[in-house]
Design a binder for this molecule. Structure first.
Ligand SMILES: Cc1cc2nc3c(=O)[nH]c(=O)nc-3n(C[C@H](O)[C@H](O)[C@H](O)COP(=O)(O)O)c2cc1C
Length: 346
């Protein structure tokens, strides 16, 4: 079966993505999902310059570091890009101010419901706000609070994950809400045929992370990229919760020694809780810092055994290093080809 779509498929694809591309101000409605440490100036500008929408991962950065990262990305990209902020970051409001200073056009909130006042702060600066919605009721609540677009991300994704699959979230959330607000679907997307399906269900676009890790322009360590190219879908497993009192958000990563270390870390933090040495919020923050450090060891230092190789199940579809342009082109060709086949069957 050929994946070469003619103008008919591409034209239909453009029309289905129009709401998303208008909202993002780019050519293809594909967000490069923020990935801590690696969604920085190089990958983000490459995605935006290739027609997609790059998003800087602020992660645990200070406002000063974010300031530099945005300025450096602007030097490299002549197209719009976004900034992903973690809502539990203790300096969230200062980070929003840094985005305002640079007139960042789109802010993405990840990691939980936005704290009071933060939505207004983003919108005062004129930026559009995109939030993750992990369930239908929360999606409705976020829309009422004034967010401009949603990302629905299923448990097939790499990094921190919710409990529900992408296909179920899409069926629950797209039919009732897609007419009200742009919705981008994330988690487990590795082939354009699936992008076509979500667009036909009413999505305005998609968000991919795993598929961009092996881009030439991504600074991930060669060992990290090699682990991706070798892995199959079943190697990307969720972390296990050891102590039910410690509400850790599961993380999907490639199976390795680090997954065992995480169990030991949970036992250590649970003990601190028992002894009253830390409060629950501090315990959760310690877990998050642990992940940030573990990911850095793997993705920057190249220690893929005792670091965390966060990856989604679509890792099995990552077969080689490619440029961002090639990745986006193959996804768009596959999507257009799928749309064309369907229209020919009518
Ligand atoms: C290595 C890695 C790091 C990630 N770090 C973050 C992050 O810092 N903030 C965030 O909101 N999402 C993060 N994600 C999730 C991505 O932004 C994206 O939503 C997800 O990768 C989409 O699913 P996919 O991996 O199946 O393509 C990360 C994903 C990966 C693979």
């Amino acid at each position: 079966m050929t994946e070469d779509a003619s103008a008919v498929g591409h034209d239909r694809l453009r029309r289905l993505m129009k709401r998303g591309t208008d909202f993002l101000g780019c050519e293809v409605a594909v967000l490069g999902g923020a990935m801590s440490w690696i969604s920085e100036r190089n990958l983000v500008s490459a995605i935006s310059n290739a027609g997609g929408f790059g998003v800087i991962a602020c992660g645990a950065m200070t406002p000063d570091l974010l300031d530099i990262e945005i300025a450096e990305t602007k030097k490299r990209a002549d197209k719009p890009f976004g900034v992903n902020l973690i809502t539990m970051h203790p300096m969230l409001i200062d980070l929003i101010e840094t985005c305002k200073k640079h007139a960042v056009t789109h802010v993405v909130f990840a990691g939980g419901l936005p704290p009071a006042g933060s939505i207004d702060r983003v919108k005062e600066g004129g930026a559009k706000l995109i939030c993750f919605a992990p369930a239908l009721a929360l999606a409705k609540k976020l829309i009422r609070s004034g967010v401009d677009a949603l990302v629905i991300e299923g448990m097939e994704a790499g990094g921190h994950i919710g409990p529900v699959s992408t296909s179920v979230l899409a069926q629950e959330i797209l039919p009732p809400l897609a007419a009200d607000i742009p919705i981008f679907v994330a988690g487990g997307i590795g082939h354009g045929g699936l992008i076509a399906g979500y667009l036909e269900m009413g999505a305005s676009g998609v968000q991919l992370g795993t598929r961009f890790v092996c881009a030439h322009e991504c600074i991930a360590h060669p060992n990290f990229k090699k682990a991706f190219i070798r892995a199959s879908a079943r190697d990307a497993i969720p972390s296990v919760q050891i102590d039910p009192r410690l509400p850790v958000i599961p993380v999907r990563a490639l199976k390795n020694r680090e997954m065992e270390n995480f169990s030991a870390k949970q036992i250590e933090v649970a003990k601190l809780l028992d002894e009253g040495q830390v409060e629950m919020a501090e315990a959760q923050l310690q877990i998050e810092h642990y992940w940030a450090g573990a990911l850095r060891r793997a993705v920057i230092d190249g220690d893929v055994e005792s670091g965390s190789v966060m990856a989604g199940q679509s890792v099995g579809m990552v077969k080689e290093e490619q440029s961002v342009g090639e990745i986006l082109k193959s996804l768009m060709d596959q999507a257009a080809s799928a749309l064309e086949r369907r229209s020919n069957q009518l």
